[in-house]
Design a protein around this ligand. Sequence first.
Ligand code: KIV
Length: 265
Amino acid sequence: MPTVNVRDLTARKRNGVKITMLTCYDYTFARLLDRCGIDVVLVGDSLGNVMLGYEDTTQVRLSDMLHHVRAVARGLTVPLLCADMPFLTYHAEVGETLRTARRLVQAGAKAVKLEGGREICPQVQALVQGGVAVMGHLGFTPQSVHRIGGHVVQGRGEDAAQRLRADARALQDAGVFALVLELVPAVLAAEISAVSAVPVIGIGAGRQCDGQVLVLHDLLGCDAEFTPRFLKKYENLAARVQNAVQNFVGEVKDGSFPEQRHEYE
Ligand code: KIV
């Protein structure tokens, strides 16, 4: 299978072929995802919640991101590998933005993702001029969860919708190759997708986006209590993993594992 690149994603949008994107944080899952037809694998800073048990993504450090990007890069050959720029590593000055992106790219990322709109366009432009493929992220932006005050749908009401449209246009003009829209009313996301020259990849943004992204562990049902409206669980790994481990515990205790066929002569 050929490696997916940013031009392939543009072509998917042009030809009306939906784009698929999933998060991944480690080598084992990277190998499993590699040949499933996923276009983009995101080492999201959601790894803070999913892998590291942080309260939110503002706790994620560049060292956390680099560790997981390297692991995923070792297991991935086909999908485009994109990595999140961590909280407040791209706001202060362009030099720090470029240095952070360089470290992520040298760890194996083929693209980086930044959260925000017009306020980060100078940084997006500098990265693109430096040769970095940049993905935008609008709507609910998890790194701003404390400013927003929770996981709230964005773009409701005409003023907010207008701001979102303007941010999407500005990011496109700054050179992003794709845009994630998170927790946005479906009608607005459909409108932005229709006029956008770059693919719009939705999460909680309805059916009309050019593609869909989910957190892998959410799709697999690793957390039985996490049931937001936008999520479809394709597996129930929480129960299956616990069941498997309880079976192991029971069999070791009652002596039915290991059997003779598991022994060396
Ligand atoms: O960090 C992440 O997982 C993300 C996706 C939800 C798009 O940004």
